[in-house]
Design a protein around this ligand. Structure first.
Ligand code: HEC
Length: 110
């Protein structure tokens, strides 16, 4: 039950961000709010998505990495990357946070 649902969500997101599919060049549609403070390659107010991917790929248990990312995305975070803090992203649902966490972990890293 879970897998087809996830697949549908991914299709919907790919359709939303069409013509470009979910790709490293173009953050998916639901990430639009995030890119006020984040970019893929360079640190802005917040760390670059690729840097985040690199750090969390280092965690041996991918489920744990995804769980931590999801928690930070939903609740915000501070003290992990620098002095700035990320406020809670209240407009993001749990399901979206899960997808974003998976997307981050799927990014290629240097
Ligand atoms: C107002 C600016 C701002 C917005 C908007 C924002 N972030 Fe952040 N984000 C930050 C900052 C600053 C940090 C570093 C916080 C720290 O040092 O712990 C951060 C850290 C993170 C981290 C790493 C957290 C960790 O536990 O290591 C992730 C993942 C992340 N942001 C994802 C997102 C996503 C996804 C969105 C959109 C839903 C988003 N951010 C929106 C500023 C922002």
């Amino acid at each position: 039950m879970k897998r087809p649902l996830l697949a549908c969500l991914l299709c919907a997101i790919a359709a939303l961000s069409s013509p470009k599919e979910l790709s490293a060049q173009e953050p998916p549609a639901w990430a639009r709010h995030c890119i006020y403070c984040h970019s893929l390659e360079e640190a802005q107010a917040g760390p670059a998505f690729r840097e985040i991917a690199a750090r969390y790929r280092g965690i041996r248990d991918p489920a744990l990495a995804a769980k931590q990312l999801k928690k930070s995305i939903l609740e915000g975070s501070s003290g992990r990357w620098g002095v700035a803090r990320m406020p809670a992203n209240v407009q993001i649902s749990e399901a979206e946070a899960e997808l974003i966490a998976q997307w981050l972990l799927s990014l290629s890293t240097p």
